[in-house]
Design a protein around this ligand. Structure first.
Ligand code: AR6
Length: 179
């Protein structure tokens, strides 16, 4: 599924983030930037040691923020590492932190002259954020960024790992487009 937002394309596909040849792919990292499971593990395995070498030099990344490194052996040019919130029931600022993670990642892409970005579903794996609620925050934040920064990016693609997640993101986008 794809829609146009302020001359940019917002696309939802099922797939593997490490296979995306967009200018940047986004990693669902942790604050220590020390790797882990899920998307993070897959990116470091497929991209090779150069990504971790640069992450070590950067040091840390607070929740809701983003940093950028080489993409090593991956088809993308850069990896943007962002840290989503752990789900603690929803009253601990999770939506604002998750929106921040998306917004800071997009801003970092623009600041580095990149025009296409692929995101996984940040925080909805190990960090336990309910996917329906995360999808609303993710899609609203990206659409708002594109509307507020016309011409800044050409393509934002969400790469969902499971058919269930893809269906949830698609339904959320349809609901948003209908409003
Ligand atoms: N491509 C796209 N999506 C994927 C892939 C892949 N190759 N692999 C998993 N997913 P998670 P989080 C989906 O746990 O919740 C790490 O250990 C997965 O099905 O990767 O933000 C970090 O180091 C899920 O829907 O990220 C942190 O400690 C989504 O990606 C912590 O996990 C996100 O799941 C971050 O947790």
């Amino acid at each position: 599924m794809r829609i146009e937002v302020a001359a940019a394309t917002l696309e939802l596909i099922r797939g593997d983030i490490t296979r995306q040849a967009t200018d940047a792919i986004v990693n669902a990292a942790n604050s220590a930037l020390r790797g882990g499971g899920g998307v993070d593990g897959a990116i470091h395995r497929a991209g090779g040691p150069a990504i971790m070498e640069e992450s070590r030099r950067i040091g840390r990344c607070p929740t809701g923020q983003a940093v950028i490194t080489t993409a090593g052996d991956l088809p993308a040019r850069k990896v943007i590492h962002t840290v989503g919130p752990r789900w603690r029931g929803g009253d601990s600022g999770e939506p604002a932190l998750l929106a921040g993670a998306y917004r800071r990642s997009l801003q970092l892409a623009v600041d580095n002259g990149l025009s296409s970005v692929a995101f996984p579903s940040i925080s909805t794996g190990a960090y336990g954020y309910p996917v329906e609620e995360a999808a609303r925050v993710a899609l609203r934040t990206v659409a708002q960024f594109l509307e507020q920064n016309p011409g800044s990016l050409e393509l934002v693609r969400f790469v969902l790992f499971t058919q269930d997640d893809l269906c949830i993101y698609e339904q959320t986008l349809r609901d948003m487009a209908a409003q």
